[in-house]
Design a protein around this ligand. Structure first.
Ligand code: FAD
Ligand code: UDP
Length: 363
């Protein structure tokens, strides 16, 4: 069978391209997805108790990119949710990221913004060349806060020492010299009022889009031809692992439902130094769903499983560079998204990449 456009993967990257091809180009497009649902990792669904959960971990939309926000707003309304995270340290729940409130709670002080700046200067280690995530943390907050908040969380999350991870990982967490305890400071933030899956369904509600669920591209590939393939699966799989298997960090999500309205003090509570899980999410606090029961999700990082987080280390980037050489030689295949580009993208980053790709390489 011959197609003009084929997309592998019905995650946010694939769906954005499919939507643009179908609506803006008014062309037909085939989307192949191996799972039994659309949405990729942003998929959400109602559990047996009727509570909306995120099956692949908590997803909070946040961006400063107005175009991306406007684009997705064409398919959903948003609640005015501002994400907040508490972290459990020395028996206390303290706000994350690091703010004036965090320092005051952690050390039982009552410093103002300027005093916290001085305090952190006194703690920070002078590192000439910042090369790793450990350097990032030590140079900003010093060894004590690093040990209490970052070191063990990161070891649990990634299975390796922060000294082996590149700067991008811990740099995701800002240090704020003010009292803004929101997890993200982005201009646009929120949760889709009817969930991510509903948003995705609206993106593909076009007769030009043909969806094939429960279908692995590897099984179909010999039977189809195309003018352009947009591939959002894993690149090593595409090339049949000729340069070896790329490493990903995976997570086991364990959901528990309690016969109580509220389980914890914040939508997400991090556990850097206790337990085998990194964090607990209470979904109703993200979605604002009213329900007499509540469902929480615990995240246990694991080495093998669904490929969630590409590994930001020098060694793995070098291995991916071998695949990039292959990718460059392709004439009608576009690699896009968190898996295909082996990059730790947030949702807004993936939509931005997909829109740019559409307007520069497809339209
Ligand atoms: P994916 O969602 O992975 O989609 C790829 C799709 O391709 C999948 O559905 C897969 O089944 C399919 N596929 C792969 N191979 C094949 C094949 N051979 N044949 C057919 N189909 C195939 N971002 C935020 O902005 N905010 C957050 O709070 C946030 N939290 C996150 C929490 C976790 C635990 C994780 C893992 C990610 C989080 N993200 C968050 C990032 C967000 O999930 C991604 O940016 C986004 O989902 C990436 O979309 P994608 O389409 O590139 O990839
Ligand atoms: N991190 C940490 N302590 C925390 C929260 C995060 O050390 O309490 C580190 C950890 O290495 C994590 C990274 O910062 O992987 C990015 O955190 P984020 O909350 O952005 O992770 P994600 O939601 O992408 O899993």
């Amino acid at each position: 069978m011959k197609f003009k456009y084929v997309i592998v993967g019905a995650g946010l990257a694939g769906l954005t391209i499919a939507e643009r091809i179908a609506n803006e180009l008014q062309e037909k497009v085939l989307v192949i997805e191996k799972r039994n649902h659309i949405g990729g990792n942003i998929y959400d669904s109602y559990n047996e108790d009727g509570i909306l959960i995120h099956n692949y971990g908590p997803h909070i939309f946040h961006t400063n990119d107005k175009e991306v926000y406007d684009y997705l707003s064409g398919f959903t309304k948003w609640n005015d949710f501002w994400h907040r995270v508490l972290t459990y340290v020395d028996g206390n729940l303290i706000p994350m990221p690091i703010t004036v409130e965090t320092i005051n709670k952690l050390y039982n002080l009552n410093l103002d913004c300027f005093q916290v700046e001085e305090f952190l200067k006194g703690q920070a280690v002078d590192i000439k060349e910042i090369k790793t995530s450990k350097d990032v943390a030590l140079s900003k907050v010093g060894p004590d806060i690093y040990a209490k908040v970052f070191e063990n969380y990161t070891k649990k999350q990634w299975g390796i020492d922060p000294a082996e991870l590149d700067t991008s990982v811990i740099s995701r967490i800002p240090i704020r010299l003010n009292r803004d305890t929101r997890y993200f400071a982005d201009r646009y933030q929120g949760m889709p009022t009817h969930g991510y899956t509903k948003m995705c369904e609206r993106m593909v509600a076009n007769k030009n889009i043909k969806l094939m669920l429960n279908t692995d591209f590897r099984e179909l590939k010999k039977d189809i031809t195309y003018d352009t393939l947009i591939y959002t699966g894993a690149t090593d799989e595409y090339y049949e692992y000729k340069h070896g298997k790329l490493a990903y960090r995976s997570v086991k999500f364990v959901f528990e439902t309690y016969d109580t309205e509220k389980f914890q003090e914040a939508p997400v509570v991090n556990y850097p130094n206790d337990y085998d899980y990194t964090r607990i999410t209470e979904y109703k606090q993200l979605t604002w769903q009213q329900h007499p029961k509540t469902t929480i999700g615990k995240e246990f990082p694991i080495a093998e499983g669904e490929p969630y987080y590409p590994f930001p280390t020098k060694e793995h980037k070098e291995q991916f560079a071998l695949y990039q050489e292959e990718m460059k030689k392709e004439t009608n295949v576009i690699f896009l998204g968190r898996l295909a580009e082996y990059r730790y993208y947030n949702m807004d980053g993936v939509v931005r990449r997909a829109l740019d790709t559409f307007y520069t390489r497809i339209k």
